[in-house]
Design a protein around this ligand. Structure first.
Ligand code: NAP
Length: 307
């Protein structure tokens, strides 16, 4: 147990990320009180029953009253309305943060509604699984994962405190410009997810390979795609709608590279293919050396997707 970093943390949205934060706060004693709000009574009841919240509220405004840290952990498309709703109820001096997978769009949606008396420090933990909802969280989700902060000109004391909070949950913290964050994530997460969705769609449409064959012979490659393509549809819809430019940029480059490989296959250009795969293999080794390919402890499978 460490000393509590906050007195009262309010989690708005009680799904995978928020419930994991709740479990981590309880496990390491990072907040004296953890309160929450979700849209449905079912989710709010589950949070209490599971025990990662001490108290839940029917409205977001009631949940944030008196909180030192408010975390918006809802799909990106819901953030603007929630920010507007909670703004009058925020405690002066509080920190408002979020965990959204796209940063510039969240800043545009949230910042205009917040009073000048609070610090807004956007955050994005690069951790996740294909599961969602209050039952899917676990305390070690953020261990050895990155949490990127895009604080802009926010109060430095508030930024440092939030950074220490994420470190206490096991994350490595770094700061970035929001626009750069969105480009980096378009490369490392958003476009790969789109490719996984597409590949699973292709298999679904291909009538020459039966469904049972796809299931039966789904060795590593395709099986990994299906796991990624099982990620929450609402969350991912919002990611592509809000990180449009960066994703389209990377997708354009991806298509060009794909045509290069397609041509090499057609022309029997083994040297090109071999060189290409040698370069990509080096990237893979770099990821392993950086320790970013570890399965999350106590979860029994790879939990590194995130967004
Ligand atoms: P999730 O498991 O699907 O949970 C979403 C939660 O938000 C649910 O508790 C839902 O309540 C609540 N909610 C949705 N709309 C709401 C509204 N209008 N008002 C109040 N509550 C509302 O989602 P998640 O995976 O934790 O993702 C949350 C955020 O984290 C997203 O912005 C996502 O981009 C980001 N993120 C996700 C991952 C990942 O891999 N999953 C990784 C990093 C960041 P009900 O259950 O009552 O509907």
């Amino acid at each position: 147990m460490t000393a509590p970093i906050y007195d009262r943390v309010a989690l708005i949205g009680l799904g995978l990320i928020a419930s994991s934060m709740g479990h981590a706060m309880k496990k390491w004693g990072l907040s004296r009180t953890v309160v929450g709000h979700a849209r449905s009574a079912k989710t709010r009841d589950a949070a209490l029953e599971i025990g990662f919240c001490d108290e839940v509220f029917d409205t977001a405004a009631a949940a944030v009253a008196g909180a030192d840290l408010v975390v918006l952990a809802v799909p990106i498309g819901a953030m603007a309305e929630l920010a507007q709703e909670i703004a009058p109820a925020l405690k002066p001096g509080a920190t408002v943060s979020d965990v959204g997978s796209v940063k510039q769009a969240v800043i545009n949606a949230v910042a205009p509604h917040l009073p000048g008396s609070v610090a807004f420090v956007p955050a994005h933990p690069l951790a996740g699984t294909e599961h969602s909802g209050p039952h899917s969280g676990f305390a070690t989700l953020f261990q050895n994962r990155w949490c990127l902060l895009t604080p802009g000109t926010a109060d430095r004391a508030a930024v440092e405190k939030l950074a220490s909070f994420w470190r206490a949950m096991g994350a490595n913290v770094e700061e970035m410009e929001p626009e750069h964050h969105d480009l980096v994530l378009a490369v490392t997460s958003h476009t790969p997810h789109l490719i996984a969705y597409t590949m699973v769609g292709v298999a679904d449409h291909l009538r020459r390979v039966t469904e049972s064959e796809v299931v039966k012979y789904s060795a590593a490659g395709f099986r990994d795609f299906t796991r990624i393509a099982a990620s929450d549809p609402t969350m991912w819809r919002d990611v592509f709608l809000t990180n449009r430019e960066a994703t389209l940029d990377i997708l354009g480059r991806f298509t060009e590279e794909l045509f290069v490989l397609q041509r090499a296959i057609r022309m029997g250009d083994g040297a090109l293919l071999h060189d290409y795969f040698t370069r990509t293999r080096a990237i893979r080794r770099g990821i392993i050396e950086a320790g970013q390919d570890t399965a999350a402890p106590n979860f029994g499978r790879n939990a590194g997707e995130g967004s």
